[in-house]
Write a new protein. Structure first.
Length: 428
């Protein structure tokens, strides 16, 4: 399989190159030159998630040196469960939060880390520099933790992530350094971008990014949509619709690709928080980036979804996309009410992001559907507990992390300070 930039179909790249580069040099995002097509029945006998992953991802690795590593990459990545649980006869919840940091980003971050490890030459090292609005940072820290070939530096906006997110971001230590920036998430992102553009730093520290536009994070997310649609069909005899909490569109795009690859998926619903990018896009039939606003579903506070460029690449003619998808928006008030309602009605504890998807249930008149749960409620206890007037159950893996000490440095939102600092701490 070959890969192109969304902005230029003349130069092709291998998968290894696309993963190592992250973003194409022309600023575009990497896409595969075609999508494989599957018969869903060929998957119905595969129970183990890692074997399922191998089968669906194999065509994407075809012809690449990484192909022979794929089984072991899948085994290491998909070592936790991703259960589909039915809360009514025909409505399921796909729990993507059983990984080490209790959010779906564990899947992509672990797959990327395991892939990048295989791309290193002997004696080589990389510095992973990421900005996070909450969940990416901990997932990336966890995925690369104690891997001696990588150093990880995480920037997060001070006071703008949940208390538990902050702890999980800054409890790893060893090869992971966390930096709280006195500014916004946009400041963090700008500082990362500017540092990457500084050739001297970028080369001497062998900077690399692990953000959600990397194709190595997108591809593994296809696995759980394919598996869930196969399992749903087995259980109900029908194909499900998926309702996906959406920010940068990485997760929802994976669902769209799985449908395109031939798996039985009916509709796909993009659920936004108050950053109503998708609803606006659907109403106006034209995409407009906007300034992001802060909400209680902070991992979705995105006004210019980076994966939009990939979505538009696959659907230059919007009509085909609009034929099978819907967009819906939930503001903070609706999110709060939904967290209470879903607990009252189904005894499910959900996080604010997942609540945007549950809120969209009313909009879908098709009853056969799967609500995608992107994080565990315990990660957002500061929002959820006052609403439910009870303590939220904390999964064991999270308890262990919460028991660790956490520490982070503080920096002003100033790139030259960050660069000076990087030189000081990162002496390999
Ligand atoms: C990152 C994140 C999202 C948004 O996912 P995208 O791929 O950016 O659309 C939703 N929910 C949670 C909990 C997240 O961490």
């Amino acid at each position: 399989m070959k890969y192109y930039s969304t902005r230029n179909q003349h130069n092709s790249y291998s998968l290894s190159e696309a993963v190592a580069k992250g973003l194409a040099s022309d600023g575009g995002l990497f896409v595969s030159d075609h999508l494989p097509h599957f018969d869903q029945n060929d998957f119905s006998q595969i129970d183990l998630l890692s074997n399922f992953a191998y089968k669906i991802l194999k065509p994407f690795f075809h012809g690449d040196p990484l192909e022979e590593k794929l089984q072991s990459i899948c085994d290491k990545t998909f070592s936790f469960s991703i259960p589909l649980k039915f809360f009514t006869d025909n409505k399921g919840i796909l729990e993507l939060y059983h990984g080490p940091t209790a959010a779906f980003k564990d899947v992509g971050a672990r797959f990327l880390a395991n892939t990048m490890e295989n791309l290193l030459d002997p004696g080589d090292f990389k510095t992973i520099l990421v900005a996070t609005s909450g969940d990416t940072g901990s997932a990336v820290a966890s995925a690369f933790h104690q891997n001696k070939n990588f150093k990880v530096v995480i920037l997060f906006p001070l006071g703008k992530v949940s208390k538990r997110q902050e702890h999980l971001l800054s409890c790893y230590g060893d090869n992971v350094t966390s930096i709280a920036v006195e500014g916004s998430f946009d400041d963090c992102q700008r500082m990362v971008k500017e540092t990457f553009l500084n050739n001297k730093i970028s080369q001497s520290l062998r900077l690399s990014s692990a953000n959600s536009i990397n194709i190595g994070r997108l591809l593994p997310q296809c696995v759980y949509y394919a598996k869930a649609s196969v399992d749903y069909l087995k259980q109900t005899g029908r194909s499900p619709s998926f309702i996906v909490p959406t920010g940068n569109l990485g997760n929802a795009l994976a669902a769209v690709l799985v449908k395109e690859m031939g798996f039985g998926i009916n509709k796909i619903v993009f659920s936004n928080n108050k950053n109503a990018v998708m609803e606006n896009f659907f109403n106006k039939k034209r995409y407009e980036a906007r300034k992001s606003v802060a909400t209680i579903a902070n991992a979705m506070d995105v006004g210019a979804p980076s994966n939009m460029e990939r979505l538009l690449y696959y659907f230059p003619n919007f009509k085909d996309l609009f034929n099978f998808s819907l967009a819906h928006t939930a503001d903070d008030e609706m999110i709060r009410r939904t967290i209470i309602d879903v607990y009252t009605q189904y005894k499910l504890e959900i996080c604010p992001h997942t609540a945007t998807a549950f809120q969209s249930l009313e909009q879908v008149d098709n009853d056969n559907c799967i609500v995608v749960a992107t994080a565990h409620a315990a990660k957002f206890s500061d929002v959820v507990e006052p609403l439910l007037k009870k303590k939220v159950h904390i999964p064991e893996s999270l308890q262990e992390l919460l028991a660790k000490k956490s520490s982070f440095l503080k920096l002003q939102a100033n790139t030259s300070q960050l660069e000076k600092y990087l030189f000081d701490i990162l002496s390999f």
